[in-house]
Structure formats: C-alpha cells, structure tokens
Design a protein around this ligand. Structure first.
Ligand code: PMP
Length: 400
C-alpha cells in the first residue's frame, strides 16, 4: 500500500548533526545544535531541576492522567512567569491557558485554534526569516503563512521600516507571529521603542499578535527583561496569544514542557475559550505528560529553587554573551578582519546570524570541519573558550 510513498528530504538541522558525528577530525566544531552546551561542549541539567526531581520522587506521587489542559499549579506558575505577578490580565482572571508539548505543541494548538475560530483563510504573518518549523506548523494546521520583512541583510539588523509597512498593509484580522525575545535564527530583536511601534501598527490595523516566547531569561539573563515586549502588548489591553517553552530556559528539552494561552476580554470569555481548548486537545492527545510539568511547577513555586533557577538561567545567558564578545574580539583584534563583526555582540540569544555566505559555509565544513546551517546561522552554545580562537580564524579565512 505504501509503495508509492517517496523518500522525504532529511531535516536540514538534524542532517548537520549526522555529518558532524561522522567527521573524525580532532578540531571539529558543531555550531548547528539548538541546545545549550557548557564550556566543555556538554549538555547541562540544571541543579534546580535535579533538586526538584528529588523532591518530587520523595513524594511518591501517582501517575494518574492529569486534566486535558494540564497541571493547574504548573499553568498558574507559568503564566505568572510570562505575564508578570502584577499582570492585570491575570488578576482579572481572563487568560485561558493549557499545558502543551513544549513550544512546538503550543504553536500547533495555537494554529489549530486559529484555524477553527478565525478560519482557514487567515494569514499568519511570520518574520522573514523565522524558525523553519513555524512555517511547517502553520501550513499543517491548514493556514496560510506569509512573511513580513524582518531582517536587513545590509545592516545585519532589523528592517523596522519594512516590518511596519508589511504589518500595516496586511489584511485586518490577520495574525502576526512575533518572537518575544531572542529571535531565531537572526538574534536580532526590536528595541523597546520599536516594540511600541509594532504594537501601534497591530492596534491600528487589527492584527492579532501571537507571541512565541521560547527563550525567556535565556536571552538577557533576566526573565522580566525578556518578557517586556509581551507585557507591553498585554498591559495595553491587546488580546494576544502566547506560546511558551521551558526547553531552553529550564533545560527541559526532552521533557516537553510549555503552555499556550490566550488573553481574553473578560473572565467569562476566558471560560468559553478554555472549553474550546479542551475540545481541540482531547482528540489529539487526550492530556499532556505529567513529569516535566511537575518539575517546572516545583522550580517556579519553591522559593529556594526559584532563586537557584534564576541564577542558573543567568549563568547560561552570561556564558553565551561572553562567547559573543570573545568571538568578535578574536575576529577584529587577532585576525584583523576588515569586515564589521559588531552584529555578533548586538544580536541576542542562542543564535547569531553571521552574514557568512552559503559557499563560505561549505568551505567551513570541508576545509575546517566547522558545521552550521547554510543560512550562516551559528549556535553560540557550540562555542567554548577552547574552540573560539579556531572558529574565529576559520571564519576569517573564508570571509577575507
Ligand atoms: N520557537 C522558537 C523560536 C524556537 O527557537 C524553538 C526551539 N528551537 C521553539 C519555538 C520550540 O521548541 P520546543 O518545542 O523544544 O519548545
């Protein structure tokens, strides 16, 4: 029956990992991975997570199904983290929330919600470029993703004029996917003043903002600072949607912990929206997994663990920020590159858009055993104090 099924292409990012594994060169470097690595290139489990696991295991809890929309304590803690303790939307009890299978699951439930209640013809605007899976998720939800201008190749910065123009000429009622912080793949975020301009355009043209917050705390080291774009919109009374992930900031990648939420106009509206989340989710996976949500709930609600977590998330962000400075310094001061590498330290979060051409990316792989996606994106987490000099020298070789 399946005789006519064609072989699908491999995932572009997972393909890089395969090629990296096969390479036996001692200096090889993987800059494709989208997960944090310590300065020895090793994955990291946070101490706060280990401690939370111990507390949970000592409670000898059962493994019964949890509600369709997830663990109530996790949901309320996750919302406080995103919207802020003093959020009027939370105080007025008008945020509908469901636990999801990390950020991807949140986007998928969000896409299904849009398709069902805003309609199939809804255009979902995504930044050009965006995380590749955004486009696949929205297409598979039966929606029409379309790009708005975001990245300016000439400046390696934000094309704010293009962005505002595209969102103001979009059809009213369209959705705009906004990366709340640490834009993937470019590392270019709007300034707070630019967020205000984006908010005005959304309001004026009735665009529905859908925030994707996958790096809260991981970008600047401060969970409140990284949520300021989202909170600006919510506090101004706009009804937004939010996808939230705990993969990066709590290192819970494989536990699949996240939320999808919708800010409603009233508590009564919230109840209706929430009832529809349940109807959407039940036939897909019935209810979400319990383990990761218990861990995140413990870390967020236990004052001691919460404090430890904030220190650890800042530690991860700081390591990345210091690798940006070192990489730029080696390129400019040691290699004496004639190009500007200022964007490396201007950009934020896990990823950096280097501006290196696809041909130079191929040379990095073939001649220097350095692996990255052909769009020139590097994961800063793959850079360590041990390999940064080699990476800088190799970048210089292929760009001079
Ligand atoms: N959104 C963005 C922008 C991301 O970079 C990622 C992770 N690469 C996600 C969502 C979702 O990741 P996860 O499903 O692991 O939470």
């Amino acid at each position: 029956i399946w005789a006519n099924i064609k072989m699908g292409p491999p995932d572009p990012i997972l393909g890089i990992n395969e090629a990296f594994k096969k390479d036996s060169h001692p200096l090889k470097v993987n800059l494709g991975v989208g997960a944090f690595r310590d300065d020895n290139g090793k994955p990291k489990v946070l101490d706060c997570v280990r401690k939370a696991e111990k507390i949970i295991s000592e409670k000898n809890l059962d493994k019964e199904y949890i509600p369709i929309v997830g663990l109530p304590q996790f949901n309320s803690e996750a919302l406080k983290l995103a919207y802020g303790e003093n959020s009027s939307a939370l105080k007025e009890d008008r945020v509908a929330v469901t636990q999801t299978l990390s950020g991807t699951g949140a986007l998928r439930i969000g896409g299904a919600f849009i398709e069902r209640f805003l309609g199939k013809d809804t255009t979902v605007y995504v930044p050009g470029p965006t995380w590749g899976n955004h486009i696949s998720v929205f297409k598979d939800c039966g929606l029409q993703p379309k790009e708005y201008r975001y990245y300016d190749k000439k400046t390696n910065g934000l094309d704010i004029a293009g962005l505002l123009e595209d969102l103001s000429s979009a059809k009213p009622g369209s959705v705009a996917l906004l990366h709340g912080c640490a834009h993937n793949p470019t590392g270019v975020d709007p300034t707070f003043e630019q967020w205000k301009q984006i908010l005005e355009v959304c309001k004026k043209n009735s665009i529905i903002p859908f925030f994707d917050v996958a790096y809260q705390g991981f970008a600047s080291g401060d969970t409140n600072f990284d949520a300021q774009s989202l909170r600006l919109f919510v506090d101004s009374g706009v009804s937004i949607m939010l996808s939230q992930s705990f993969a990066k900031n709590m290192g819970l990648y494989g536990e699949r912990v996240g939320t999808f939420s919708v800010v409603c106009a009233s508590s009564e509206e919230k109840d209706r929206v929430l009832s529809q989340f349940k109807i959407l989710i039940r036939p897909i996976y019935s209810s979400p997994p319990v383990n990761g949500a218990r861990i995140a709930a413990e870390v967020l609600s236990n004052p001691e663990l919460n404090k430890l977590w904030l220190t650890e998330v800042k530690g991860m962000a700081d390591r990345i920020i210091s690798m940006r400075s070192l990489l730029r310094k080696h390129l400019e001061e040691d290699c004496k590159s004639s190009l500007s590498w200022k964007h490396i330290t201007d950009q934020i979060g896990m990823f950096c858009f280097t501006g290196i051409s696809p041909e130079a990316v191929d040379r990095l792989k073939d001649e220097f055993h350095i692996y990255l996606t052909r769009n020139g994106r590097i994961s800063m987490a793959g850079i360590t104090t041990k390999n940064v000099r080699y990476v800088a020298e190799s970048f210089h070789e292929v760009t001079k």
